[in-house]
Design a protein around this ligand. Structure first.
Ligand SMILES: [Zn+2]
Length: 347
């Protein structure tokens, strides 16, 4: 049972990056006291779903909630309740998450159902946050059904999942779904700078290829993102200028880099491939003739414009598909060198 585990980083809705539509929806529902008692926060990994769940709990229990910016209701972030929730020690905010087995067991769920039946100790609403809810074992999901359908009046259940389709349809249908989308590169960069001590250039480079996910940007931390992007850029330059297979294979070798161990090589190549796909996406915007395109790699606009002479729309579409297949092959454990060679010849 991890009900007392640390829930770090709660802060007012106003400071959550992105998801503006969902946040004003939630904030409005809390202000009108119409928040559904069972919610499913679904969407890609690493975009702030769990943070928003914590924020719901904070706003429901804040001693001095009030309007903030465009939001009708927000937590203050400073009262004893907000601070205890941020520290993960509020008795009425229960977090359930997978243990070492990687699954949420039925005992954890039984425990939480029992606790949810008591009146809140000090807050107004008890919040049960089930993180990675798709890891609930089937018996645990079945045990939750009745509670999700008719939760104790003073409790809300907040299920968080990046793979909601892996859950039983009966569980999903008892929760109001909230679909979270990817963050924009600017939003990812903002979070990296504010919460993770990135400086601006690193944050921008990392955000450009993070696929809208702060989590993914942090996963590849330690890999030199700027250098990965340069390698991807050089490969595109080579592909634009030369068709000599030998030269292209040299560029492929550079793309894999010099690292030790297959797993590490695979990670490195995946980061470079994502950089490549981010550059291609920008080339696509330029090829579409957008007058002021919002490029993820805005700092490379001059270089990209030069490259775009050699990459028309068809070639970009093809290259995009090639990178996609290469990433899929890596996920299936294909050898990094083989993948890079194939890619360099196909671009
Ligand atoms: Zn507060």
């Amino acid at each position: 049972m991890s009900g007392d585990s640390c829930y770090a980083g709660v802060m007012p809705f106003l400071r959550v990056a992105g998801h503006q539509r969902l946040l004003s929806l939630l904030s409005g529902a809390i202000a009108r006291e119409t928040l559904p008692p069972s919610l499913l926060l679904a969407g890609p990994r690493g975009i702030g779903k769990r943070r928003v769940a914590g924020e719901i709990a904070a706003t429901l229990n804040c001693a001095q909630p009030g309007p903030a910016g465009v939001l009708p209701m927000d937590a203050c972030g400073a009262c004893p309740s907000c601070r205890r929730i941020a520290r993960g020690v509020h008795p009425d905010v229960i977090v359930v998450e997978p243990g070492e087995s990687g699954a949420i067991k039925i005992e954890q769920v039984r425990d939480v159902i029992e606790r949810a039946n008591y009146r809140p100790f000090e807050g107004r609403r008890r919040a049960v946050i089930v993180d990675d809810a798709d890891t609930l074992v089937p018996q645990a999901q079945n045990a939750l059904l009745k509670t999700l359908e008719e939760p104790p009046s003073a409790s809300v259940f907040l299920l968080v999942s990046s793979m909601p389709d892996a859950m039983l349809a009966t569980v999903r249908s008892r929760c109001r779904p909230l679909r979270f989308g990817e963050l924009t590169p600017a939003e990812v960069a903002e979070v990296l700078i504010r919460d993770h001590e990135y400086d601006e250039p690193d944050a921008r480079a990392a955000a450009a290829e993070a696929g809208g996910s702060v989590g993914r940007a942090l996963e590849v931390r330690g890999v030199d993102i700027g250098e990965a992007r340069e390698a991807a850029q050089r490969l595109l330059g080579q592909a634009a200028r030369v068709s000599d297979p030998t030269r292209r294979l040299e560029a492929a070798r550079e793309l894999v880099g010099k690292t030790s161990g297959k797993a590490r090589e695979r990670d490195y190549l995946a980061v470079r491939l994502r950089a490549l796909s981010s550059l291609l996406r920008d080339l696509g915007l330029l090829a579409a003739g957008a007058r002021s395109p919002s490029l993820a790699n805005a700092d490379l606009q001059t270089e990209l414009t030069r490259l775009s002479d050699s990459f028309d729309r068809d070639r970009i579409t093809h290259a995009f598909a090639v990178v996609d297949r290469a990433l899929a092959a890596l996920e299936r454990n294909a050898g990094p060198k083989v993948v890079a060679d194939w890619l360099a010849l196909e671009l």
